[in-house]
Design a binder for this molecule. Structure first.
Ligand code: ADP
Ligand code: UDP
Length: 237
């Protein structure tokens, strides 16, 4: 595999073409942003942790029947993935109240939800990633109803699988964000993509409720690097 042109420079990752038109190389950076890009920083070692943890989770999901874009790890900070036609949605799944839901529902952080809640944000930097519902999604052709149904089914399965894996490591899965894309080199099947890491999940220690994710950076809590390393240690050592 030969690394080709930079296709996309994101906030946390850079995406490169390869000599295979169906494959991309994702490079995980240490850069971190929050508050819709208003806050910038560097979390040393984050890229390595996120690459390793994402590979770990994608493999665990594959073993349980959930297909993703992940092909293989090719370096400490790099993974090879299937090139997908990305669906411009962030799919958030929540088990426990945290983040923006505290203000929206007027409930304290840490309140358990009776059922997992699915939310959609429209991936649009110009609009500031506004929340959508499935009617908006269909109305403006972001995805078809069949795709939305598929995404919800897979997102809820991912939630159950990750919750169990994490619980065994003394970590509660509070909420997380997923992205999906269409496998246009095949039959357009919707596959899980992007990453699964402390950047886009909330992880709390089961006993102490210590935060082991990007909230430490978002809220200037300190111990940011240590939290990422601790998640890698708990899951993969
Ligand atoms: P952002 O775009 O929010 O700054 P990142 O820094 O994580 O995010 O950049 C990675 C980009 O790569 C995202 O826009 C994501 O949608 C996209 N992406 C993730 N997986 C794939 C894939 N398999 N094929 C094409 N694009 C992908
Ligand atoms: N999240 C993410 N990227 C975003 C916004 C949120 O990965 O651009 C994740 C975040 O890590 C958390 C979940 O989505 O696990 C919900 O976060 P929050 O309530 O803060 O999100 P908001 O509703 O403000 O977008």
């Amino acid at each position: 595999m030969v690394k080709g042109n930079l296709l996309y420079e994101g906030k946390a990752k850079s995406v490169y073409e390869t000599d295979d038109p169906g494959l991309l190389l994702v490079y995980f950076k240490d850069d971190a942003t929050a508050a819709n890009g208003a806050k910038h920083g560097v979390i040393p070692g984050k890229g390595v942790v996120n690459n390793k943890l994402s590979a770990f989770f994608f493999k665990q999901l594959k073993d349980r029947g959930i297909k993703s874009h992940f092909v293989e790890t090719v370096g400490e900070r790099e993974m090879l993935v299937k090139r997908l036609d990305m669906i411009k949605l962030e799919i958030v799944v929540r088990n426990i109240v945290a983040g923006s839901l505290v203000g929206r529902l007027g409930l304290p952080e840490g309140t358990p939800l009776n059922v997992p809640v699915i939310e959609y944000d429209y991936k649009s930097d110009e609009l500031g990633d506004p929340m959508l519902n499935r009617w908006h999604i269909m109305a403006i052709d972001v995805a078809t109803i069949d795709e939305v149904n598929r995404i919800e089914h897979v997102a809820l399965s991912v939630n159950t699988i990750l919750r169990d894996i994490l619980r065994a490591k003394n970590v509660d899965l509070i909420d997380f964000k997923l992205e999906f894309g269409r496998d246009v080199s095949g039959d357009g099947e919707v596959l899980l993509a992007d990453e699964i890491s402390p950047d886009n999940c909330r992880f709390w220690d089961v006993v102490t409720h210590e935060k082991l994710d990007k909230d430490r950076f978002r809220n200037d809590m300190g111990g940011v690097e240590e939290a990422y390393q601790e998640m890698l240690r708990r899951l993969t050592l």
